[in-house]
Design a protein around this ligand. Sequence first.
Ligand code: NCD
Ligand code: ZN
Ligand code: ZN
Length: 431
Amino acid sequence: EIIDATGLHVLPGAIDDHVHFRDPGYPQKEDFASGTAAAAFGGVTTVFDMPNTLPTVENAHALAEKHAIAAAKAHVDYGLYGVLGETSIDNVAALIEGGVIGFKLYMGNTFGRIPTPSTGAMLEAFEAVAPTGKRISLHAETNSVMERREAKLRKAGRIEPLAHLDSRPEVVAIEAVSRAAILAEWTGARIHILHISSAGELRPLAEGKARGVDITGETCPHYLFLSTDDYSRCGGIIRVNPPVREARNQGPIWAALVDGAIDVIATDHAPHAIEEKMRRDIWTVDCGFPGVETQMPLMLTAIAQGRASICDYVRWSAANPARIWGLYPRKGVIQVGADADIVVVDLGRRWTIRDRDLHSRGKASPWDGYDVQGLPLHTIVRGRFVLKDRVLQPGTCGWGRSVHSIQTMPPPKPANVQQTTTAILSSGTRT
Ligand code: NCD
Ligand code: ZN
Ligand code: ZN
């Protein structure tokens, strides 16, 4: 098939290593077909789906069930995460055998009520995964204490809950990133810090990297473009875990992307049905919103405004995630040949995001009404048009394949107990 790309740009398809497609379990929010269709419209050719579905992906059986669903419905390629928690430490080998792309460990509470492991269990979990070379993605935030505070506020019937509701201080994220980095260094585990929301998390991330820990970081468009100033405009729609922070955090997060401290732009695409986002009682609104379709237009708009270069963007959206997850150069670069994963974008196209036009089932996002510049026109997955002239191509449901079979991670890193001990001691004496 031939297209005329005069005046357009050809980029590697984006790899979004953090989406929640809710399948199986929550069809009112999303399923694999609607989620991967939204990805195709967003120029995303590979997604990694999170394991907080029903049942939780914590054993080989649940994983096999999700593989069957994804293989039947996906329009784009995908990887599936397995949960790493106290009840699944013994399932690591079976989950790898069953084809996970990596592991997800929840240090804080999240949608789906997955128990958070103690530090001791986390150490054991890291020890179990380290020799396999697989990477562990972390929801690095401890919010149980804050939930107690929230519950008290709620009981007291605060009339302006929003300002209090998501005022979880970033120190709980900073502490979690630091703890994860120490355990990773001690055990040799590879880790990926998901949804970095605050400037404070950048220091333990950079210090870990400087000490040679295999630690990578990701942020999402909402931490770059939104802040607590947007609560009044968005209401409950903007509720997300971790919460958006004060605007002063945005500059340092951008700077960390540009200088390479943060490696990846992902979306934490977390759709909920409109009723679940619009509840009168703001305390019960589900956290998260869709993002897989709007990431590229939002980021390209910032690129057009001169925040960074298009090469920077391709590093964050495609090349770096491909390298981090062992998919490079099969993914994350412009391949010439039958296997190409590419997106053809019109960088000059100005348009307005409308929630009702999103292809996700979650039709409530903070981006409704945003004027953006840059539109994916054609999305090609392994050489086949999935999106052509903004039309989802017939017969592409089920074209997506799991990328675990092409993943090659480097040999496991050795544990470094001695160096960790020294680092902990020296950071202790620095204060
Ligand atoms: C996510 C979800 O809904 O699954 N929600 C969110 O606010 N980010 C869970 C998560 O990423 O922790
Ligand atoms: Zn999370
Ligand atoms: Zn998430």
